[in-house]
Design a protein around this ligand. Structure first.
Ligand SMILES: *[C@@H]1O[C@H](CO)[C@@H](O)[C@H](O)[C@H]1NC(C)=O
Ligand SMILES: *[C@@H]1O[C@H](CO)[C@@H](O)[C@H](O)[C@H]1NC(C)=O
Length: 392
């Protein structure tokens, strides 16, 4: 290098070190050996980049350049991190192994555990679930299956602009987390792919899901036991089974679901729209403080449904009644078309009737006619325009 070049480089070097200490150090996964050819296993490179970012005392960024990166099961642990501001910026696609057994035995493909302060921007996850669905659909003995992206016992997580395709099982799971925001997501799997839920939440509080397109073979979003302070807004759902609170009440001792807002959702050709589902079994679970607002139904089989008699596959509940108490559930400004005659179905528990169910401005039609409503053990009130006529 000439003297002149060295001289020119000094301010740049200064700028580099200055900016990296004041702002964020960037760790490019390719610097840790990741290859963007889609065939070389990059798991160790990603784990090393994570270890470096995690050991940084200042905010750190992990960068994934464009290309395809093969990842086998990868767990990113946060409990010993020296900072609580790790960013993953993904311009590429992370690809699961084509042999479904590799991640299928683990339960999770990409997993974050005990992380505080993580933001993931962009990226595509390709779960390569086809082989496993075929195995499952043919009734063979298959591995237990993996969720594509899991966050466990983590706080302050943001996922923005991520695409998730063809997961073996759930696309995303949020379990035991506080303060999570998922926005601008695209989640996609074929309508007939088994158990490919879009986003499943359990034992978590303060989760916002916004501005996303979700179409899968199962629930677009499902809220399990212990979900509270949920905000779901501006979602396109379909194909799939709709947005579901539940299944709940499988266990006797179970945390309830409370304070959930679901607003501005379009359901297209889904099996359900807004659903609450509980097992017909004894349980101390509950559902309360739910607002479903501004939903459009396009040819949905069960636009509004509470089903407290869920007991599939010989779940050993004949003659039993759901113990889950459902109260204070409001449906406001719900309109569109039902694919079946019964558009509003409240099938509640005999011993624990649903209470304080409110319908406000609901207009659902079936074959250009007013649809029907069916109520069992449901109490509440209706106001504004209600078609079909309320049975509460
Ligand atoms: C209900 O949840 C929202 C977030 O969805 C939160 O802002 C609000 O404070 C919660 N309300 C209560 C009473 O906890
Ligand atoms: C309900 O919606 C249908 C279809 O959009 C519409 O034709 C009908 O007028 C609405 N009913 C009322 C009472 O507004």
């Amino acid at each position: 290098m000439s003297k002149k070049l060295i001289f020119l480089a000094i301010p740049f070097l200064f700028l580099f070190f200055y900016s990296s200490s004041a702002m964020s150090t960037t760790y490019n996964v390719q610097g840790f050996g990741a290859k963007s050819d889609g065939g070389s296993d990059c798991t160790n490179a990603f784990l090393s980049a994570w270890a470096a970012a995690c050991a940084s005392v200042s905010p750190a960024t992990i960068y994934v350049p464009p290309g395809r990166y093969l990842l086998s099961a990868a767990s990113f642990w946060g409990q010993n991190c020296k900072n609580n501001a790790i960013t993953m910026r993904i311009d590429g696609t992370l690809v699961a192994p084509s042999d479904y057994n590799v991640i299928g035995r683990t339960g999770n493909w990409i997993k974050f555990e005990s992380v505080v302060g993580l933001s993931i921007y962009g990226g595509t996850l390709d779960g390569q679930g086809t082989g496993l669905w075929d195995c499952k659909n043919s009734g063979k003995n298959c591995p237990r299956r993996a969720t594509s992206l899991g966050f466990y016992n983590s706080n302050n997580v943001l996922v923005s602009g991520l695409t998730s395709l063809n997961s073996q099982m759930f696309h995303i799971i949020i379990d035991g987390c506080q303060n999570t925001r998922l926005q601008g997501l695209t989640i996609s799997a074929p309508e007939n792919s088994p158990n490919t839920d879009g986003i499943h939440i359990i034992s978590s509080s303060g989760v916002a899901i916004m501005n996303s397109h979700i179409g899968t073979g199962d629930d677009c979003i499902s809220l399990g036991p212990g979900s509270s302070n949920m905000w779901i807004e501006n979602i396109n759902c379909g194909p799939g089974h709709g947005i579901s609170i539940g299944s709940l009440g499988l266990d006797m001792q179970e945390a309830g679901v409370k304070n959930v807002t679901v607003k501005t959702v379009t359901f297209s050709g889904t099996e359900n729209g807004l659903r609450v589902k509980t097992w017909a079994k004894p349980s101390n679970g509950f559902v309360s403080g739910i607002l479903f607002q501004h939903a459009v139904m396009v040819n949905v089989q069960n636009p509004i449904i509470i089903d407290q008699n869920y007991c599939p596959n010989n779940g050993k509940c004949p003659g039993q009644d759901s113990g889950v108490r459902i109260s204070d559930v409001t449906y406001q400004d719900i309109h569109g078309t039902s694919a079946t005659e019964v558009a509003v179905n409240f099938d509640c528990s005999k011993n624990n009737p649903c209470s304080d169910i409110k319908l406000e401005d609901v207009n659902l039609t079936y074959n250009d006619q007013p649809a029907m409503a069916s109520c069992a053990n449901a109490k509440g009130s209706a106001s504004g325009l209600i078609e079909p006529t309320s049975c509460l």
